[in-house]
Ligand binder design. Structure first.
Ligand SMILES: [Fe+2]
Length: 252
């Protein structure tokens, strides 16, 4: 395994394994991004893993987020896509479930990835918070998008929030605007126009700073688990990596 890959993960307080550790759930509380290499998994393995990582009690549906299509989302490039997530465009930073129900952990499993582009970006919002808390007030942010695929609507959030599993840790609930023909997302900031525009351009640039941002170049068999509260995530444009294929499961 490449040294620079391990080094950049350790900056993010994250770990890499060649097997799924028994105490993965505990590891994730300290190391909010874990990569496990060379896995060969079926949907039921992913669902079982997701259920085992949940801190919730109850039935499977209480532990693993179920959408109209079930708990496992296939993520492939679709040239006819009505939504940017399935297009070749870049995916700006966001967190999952904001328009519906926020999962604790995201599980990504890579079936195929070749060529340039399609790297997933993870920006550590707890580190970012420590850096920006004295610069920006706790703005109220309102996001809106039309429901064309599995999510949509409007919601408001404060910029700063406590991590639900670690109340002493603060995180950011900041997503970039999605300026696309394919299902845009708008953002309204509760501040005067000049202040809002300076805040937006500075913070959206910081998300990509390598002090906070880890870029994962995928290999077939990679299983990546990320804390959806600590990390904001996005994706580079697909470029030549159009055969990129993934499964995603979300842990409540
Ligand atoms: Fe996402």
């Amino acid at each position: 395994m490449k040294k620079d890959f391990k080094r950049s993960l350790s900056i993010m307080k994250s770990k890499v394994f060649d097997f799924i550790p028994n105490n993965l759930k505990e590891i994730l509380l300290n190391d909010p991004l874990v990569v496990i290499k060379n896995q060969n998994l079926f949907d039921h393995d992913l669902i079982n893993l997701a259920a085992s990582l949940s801190f919730k009690q109850g039935e499977l549906r209480d532990k693993v987020l179920h959408w109209d299509f079930g708990p496992v989302m296939k993520m492939n490039f679709d040239p006819q896509a009505r939504n940017y997530l399935f297009s070749e465009e870049k995916v700006p930073f966001h967190w999952d479930g904001a328009f519906y129900q926020e999962p604790q952990f995201l599980i990504f499993y890579c079936l195929q990835s070749e060529g340039e582009g399609g790297e997933t970006l993870f920006s550590n919002s707890n580190l970012l918070y420590e850096d920006v808390k004295d610069t920006y007030p706790n703005f109220k942010l309102t996001y809106h998008t039309e429901k064309k695929v599995h999510y949509g609507g409007s919601f408001s959030t404060q910029l700063y929030k406590a991590h639900p599993l670690k109340p002493h840790e603060m995180i950011l609930r900041f997503a970039e605007k999605v300026e696309t023909e394919k299902n845009p997302v708008t953002l309204e900031i509760n501040a005067d126009e000049k202040e809002a525009s300076r805040f937006y351009s500075e913070l959206s640039q910081k998300l990509y700073d390598t002090k906070y941002c880890y870029q994962h170049k995928w290999q077939k068999g990679d299983l990546l688990i990320a804390d959806n509260f600590t990390f904001l995530h996005g994706r580079n444009a697909l470029k030549t990596n159009k055969e990129r294929s993934f499964k995603r499961v979300q842990v409540l």
